[in-house]
Design a protein around this ligand. Structure first.
Ligand code: HEC
Length: 150
């Protein structure tokens, strides 16, 4: 039970991250290149998030250093709980900076930022590839989280 309590604490910032929306560039995912995204995913993301988007083993249990393992990006994970802009910011800035941007400081994240390595278009391509692997029903739910609120 102690382990469970710790896990809940560790994911709390991620839940807050889920409750915020940006909604200014989401549409860019619709013009992105899924095939290029798949190649880039293999080069830049698969090492942690898995070749088949399956994530790291026991991804819901915090590691000894307090960070979380890389979650799956397939429909079994929670990537689709977030709107496109949030996924974009998280990939561009990395976990710590993306959450700091939303007022959550001192969250230790194992997710690096890719602003130096990838262009914005390349990040949209990767996100479009990830989205293309989800069942249609999940894509529909995720689309409703990507719309601006007003
Ligand atoms: C060095 C390992 C590593 C690499 C490489 C990596 N990630 Fe991550 N990623 C993580 C970890 C660990 C998390 C867990 C969340 C946290 O601790 O911030 C994460 C979380 C995420 C999230 C948030 C998902 C969610 O459901 O909350 C997104 C989006 C993401 N990564 C996208 C990517 C993309 C796209 C790439 C490739 C360009 C990538 N990551 C490469 C380790 C990595």
């Amino acid at each position: 039970m102690k382990v469970f309590g710790f896990a809940v604490l560790a994911i709390a910032p991620v839940i807050v991250f889920a409750s915020r929306e940006f909604g200014y560039a989401s549409h860019r995912i619709d013009d992105a290149d899924i095939q290029i995204g798949e190649t880039l995913y293999g080069e830049y993301c698969a090492a942690c998030h898995g070749k088949n988007l399956e994530g790291q083993p026991n991804w819901q249990i915090p590691l000894d250093d307090g960070t979380m393992p890389a979650p799956p990006h397939d429909a079994s994970g929670h990537t689709w709980h977030h709107g496109n802009d949030q996924l974009f910011r998280y990939t561009l800035l990395g976990g710590e900076m993306a959450l700091a941007e939303q007022g959550i400081s001192n969250f230790k994240s194992g997710m690096p930022g890719f602003a130096e390595e990838l262009s914005e278009q390349e990040i949209w391509n990767i996100l479009a590839f990830i989205r293309s692997t989800w069942p249609e029903r999940i894509q529909d739910i995720q689309a409703s989280r990507s719309r601006p609120h007003n």
